[in-house]
Design a protein. Sequence first.
Length: 519
Amino acid sequence: MSGHLLELKNISKSFGPNQVLFGVDFTLDHGEIHAIIGENGAGKSTMMNIIDGLFAPDSGEIYLEGEPAKISSPIDAQKLGIGFVHQEIALCQDVSVAQNIFMAQVPMDVGKRAFMNYKAQAKEARALLERLGSGSIDPSGLVMSLTISNQQIVEIAKALSRQCRVLILDEPTAALSETEANALYRIMRQLAGQGIGIIYISHRMSEIFENCDTVSVLRDGSMISKYKVKEVASVQQLVNDMAGREITMLYPQKRGTPRTEGDQALLNVENLTDENDRFANISFRLYKGEILGFAGLIGSGRSEAMQGITGLRRVKSGKVEFLGKDITGWKPGKVFSQGLLYMSEDRKQTGLFLDMGIAPTISAMHRSLIAKNGVIQAGAERGLAKKMVGDLNVKAYGIDQFVMDLSGGNQQKVFLGKLLAKKPRVVILDEPTRGIDVGSKAEIHRLLRNLVAQGIGVIVVSSELNEIIGMCDRVEVMNEGRLVGEVEGEDINTTSIMYFASGAYRIDGSQTGNGASNE
């Protein structure tokens, strides 16, 4: 009998003529936190869906604690003690937090137990949430009232409620604040200490080095390497294994010359204030030839401010001037038609047509490029899609493939292609590389720098400080809906940004009362 908690032997899987996994071997031990990394399209999701019973392997075997396991559905996986927290939120929005957490455990013999004990259910839910450091979440509240980060916490609590032996976490910190992420790491260690094995999927190398015991690299459907994390010589070693090539420059060279008074301001925002007080008195300029970053903790109002600028959110005062024209209060369609585009952080809900092909999705915002006398020209639409798919290196079977069937990173590239199909003047990108592997991140970072070289203005909103520091020529920092600091040049570093983002300092450098001296 094997001593492994979970073992995959020679797992292969094809979808039609496309083979996704090639004889994959994998082991997970009791109490082990095992990271699986790979570029988007490497086969990670397919492998996890086989473990979870959503897909059946074409060949190979799965063993749990040395015994053959037949997993024909996610229900089978749950009964065997396998919990899966997906990257994308999959909660019922119009029922309570507690009901979501225990939904899979509703008694099947409802004829014998016709009534639920909601009070006991809420009590158990609160205990789980407190273990995750999120006791402030109301178990009786509707999920739709929660932020994305709190919904992710509910997903994790839901998995933990099932007394699982194997816990799969797919990009679990993508929408979490640092405090929430640290709470999750503590829980992971507690669970590992109880003998639970954790499969951890993340594109954030720092998380893997700080929290995982083992890391395996999947590339093009094959398991390439496996290391004890403490024995990995460098991040570069893993990056090269993932890509099958050496990636030496994740961030391209920034603009070499400092901004001058003569630089053209593409966007001028003055004292912009939200109708619902999510942000107030936002003032800044975006200049031609620079990437402007917006940093701040989750909930600081960055996304809301960007939505106010582009007409997606109503404002009560202030001014937005784009290319010298006052566009304050314009509807989003009119704003976009002028060449000011916004990429939402939530690609599935507000960015993509998941049940459509790549070609019509990319052309959706730019009918003038593919239509003649009001009639869409199929050849023009397909030509535009092929160009953008090629430019952005989208991995797909073809331009007719449904967007929902792409990996998360390739969906993000299609979203970018949708925005850039017709050359914009300014693009605002909210979390542009969330859920994307390091190779694809490097490609997108080079793309953004190329856009700037063409005279296009770029604003990047990101929760990843490394991305803000590595990509941006100037950074605006927000805290509680206010702009509290601006840094550029050598001052674009973790210390300077976090001083402002934490609320310790105002934009003029003075204290707010909860920080030390700025000298």
